[in-house]
Design a protein around this ligand. Structure first.
Ligand code: 5GP
Length: 203
């Protein structure tokens, strides 16, 4: 008996420097989900490529996409705009493929409150909780991609973001990268087996 099911929409949020990029990099080589690439007005960091980490767009193009309804959700985060492309998410879920999106707490809230019932059915939201603010600061300093003003802004925002953990279905306490991977994979495995998602042929 091979069931069919609608795709699961995995949403992951974590404050900047919270171990999320490391986790995503560990998850991505196993291609059992589609990673939805967001649009952003933030300039690329060294090593980032258009169409890999993000679609890097101008503020004008971003606004145009907002106006024509291209985004499932969009938000301003750390003074830049970020948006999830609706078509990528919906087409893949409809085709039965799982989708992973990385959004901030505003984006997760917008998706949770999205009127379409099909999104609620598919949604699995996960908050990756950093070990401590000191650890966040250490990781951001080590990454070295932000100037001190941006770093302080990201740390201030982290405090507010961390207060949002009770809104998520799952909270993974971030530890070593391998532990985070095992924990996140456990959530994926279990959620894919939820009975309400499955349809057996002939039903
Ligand atoms: P970064 O600039 O470090 O890549 O990302 C900054 C923040 O923007 C992170 O918290 C990340 O989750 C969030 N983010 C990335 N893409 C999106 C998106 O499409 N929508 C929203 N709401 N947030 C996003």
């Amino acid at each position: 008996m091979k069931p069919t099911r609608r795709g699961v929409l995995f949403v992951i949020s974590a404050p900047s420097g919270g171990g999320k990029s490391t986790l995503l990099n560990l998850l991505k080589p196993t291609r059992d989900f589609v990673y939805s690439i967001s649009c952003t007005t933030r300039p690329p960091r060294p090593g980032e490529e258009n169409g890999r980490e993000y679609y890097f767009v101008s503020p004008e193009e971003f606004e145009h996409r907002v106006q024509v309804g291209d985004f499932l959700e969009h938000a301003r985060v750390h003074n830049h705009r970020y948006g999830t492309l609706r078509e990528t998410v919906m087409q893949n879920l409809d085709a039965g493929d799982d989708v992973l999106i990385d959004v901030d707490v505003q984006g997760a809230a917008a998706i949770r409150h999205n009127a379409g019932g099909e999104i609620q059915q598919s949604l699995v939201d996960v908050f990756l909780m950093p070990a401590s603010l000191q650890e966040l600061r250490r990781r951001l300093l080590k990454r070295g991609t932000e100037n001190s003003e941006q770093l302080e802004l990201r740390l201030r925002n982290a405090v507010a973001e961390m207060a949002e953990w009770p809104s998520y279905r799952y909270v993974v306490l971030s530890g070593e990268p391998d532990e985070d991977l095992v924990n996140f994979r456990a959530i994926m495995t279990a959620e894919r087996m939820r009975s309400h998602r499955l349809k057996f042929s002939g039903e």
